[in-house]
Design a protein around this ligand. Structure first.
Ligand code: CP
Ligand code: NVA
Length: 322
């Protein structure tokens, strides 16, 4: 097992504020550098020769493409694997898979339906492991969300985010992000879909400004950013989708609900969206909505994470003009 701590990116709570801030600033720097530049986007190719392995056990558009393209833009390469094509699908253990892949690639991104697989992979891998979504969290998404808010509205610290909808994996990472980046978060979910108490207790212990309520209106009043996500996540049973939808109906982001937020409030959604369920078409297409900037910033945020995980001691220079 590893004697030197690896730069795993498993959950925002595991990383300190200074590191997370540097990742965002490096990502923003790389984005600025590539504006107006065609090819190569990063002439120094700082990750040349490096290989990223992506194990995607669940569908993905943004996470897969942003990591794969991001790695290539930085001069490296990526191999995308699905468990059906791997021996994992026939029962090879995560421990053995981790020890084998560690000899081929320099970092591994995992999207999995079982959170324990992520932790097993990190335990046995001798290269950094990045959480590409589990049923319990989606930290790489929140890095892009913080970056997007700051691009539009300046520093996130001291601002207020509201969540209305399911208490899912994206909300858990948003709670952890609120604590680490110092913004207030008011989360409204039905009582039966409340985020895990352990996460709320952790936020409290860390001195975070995170509140839960069952009332979406109370959460949204005066907020600088309103966030939601699908009512049925990949880890939820489709058989329960209609019961969930019934319970979540009052949590839909509508024009009326957005009107309670700050007039300059942003609307965010990690995508894919289900128009008419968690958000109406008019909000999704409104001047508040920054959902496609948010999706674009997955690329830059992911490059920031790759720079940190693989870039060595001078990784923050990836975001500085050469
Ligand atoms: N938001 C997000 O993670 O999208 P994908 O499922 O397409 O990766
Ligand atoms: N909460 C959603 C996010 C998808 C990116 C899910 O887990 O399916």
């Amino acid at each position: 097992l590893n004697s030197v701590p690896l730069r795993h990116f498993l959950d925002l709570k595991d990383l300190d504020t200074a590191t997370l801030r540097q990742i965002i600033d490096t990502a923003a720097g790389m984005k600025r550098m590539q504006q107006g530049r065609r090819f190569p986007l990063h002439p120094r190719q700082p990750l040349a020769g490096r290989q990223l392995g992506l194990i995607m056990s669940k569908p993905s558009t943004r996470t897969r493409v942003s990591f794969e393209v991001g790695m290539r833009q930085l001069g490296g390469d990526a191999v995308v694997l699905s468990p059906q094509e791997m021996q994992i699908g026939r029962g090879e253990s995560i421990a053995d898979t981790a020890r084998v892949l560690s000899r081929f690639v320099d970092a591994i991104v995992l999207r999995t339906g079982h959170t324990s697989n992520l932790h097993d992979l990190a335990r046995w891998s001798s290269v950094p492991v990045i959480n590409g979504l589990t049923p319990d969290s989606h930290p790489v998404q929140i890095m892009a969300d913080v970056m997007t808010f700051e691009e539009h509205r300046g520093p996130v610290k001291g601002r207020t985010f509201a969540w209305t909808g399911d208490g899912n994996n994206v909300l858990v990472s948003l709670i952890e992000g609120a604590v680490r980046f110092g913004f207030t978060l008011r989360a409204a979910t039905p009582a039966s879909m409340k985020p895990p108490q352990a996460v709320l207790d952790w936020a409290l212990r860390e001195g975070g400004k995170v509140e839960w309520t069952a009332d979406p209106r109370a959460a949204v009043i005066g907020a600088d950013c309103v966030v939601t996500d699908t009512w049925t996540s990949m880890s939820d049973s489709e058989a329960e989708a209609s019961v969930r939808a019934e319970r979540l109906e009052p949590y839909r982001v509508t024009t009326e609900l957005m009107a309670l937020a700050d007039p300059q409030a942003l609307f965010m959604h990690c995508l894919p969206a289900h128009i008419g369920e968690e958000v109406t078409q008019d909000v999704f297409e409104s001047r508040h909505s920054v959902v496609f900037d948010e999706a674009e910033n997955r690329l830059h945020a992911q490059k920031g994470i790759l720079a940190w995980a693989l870039g060595g001691p001078n990784w923050t220079s990836f975001g500085k003009e050469q």
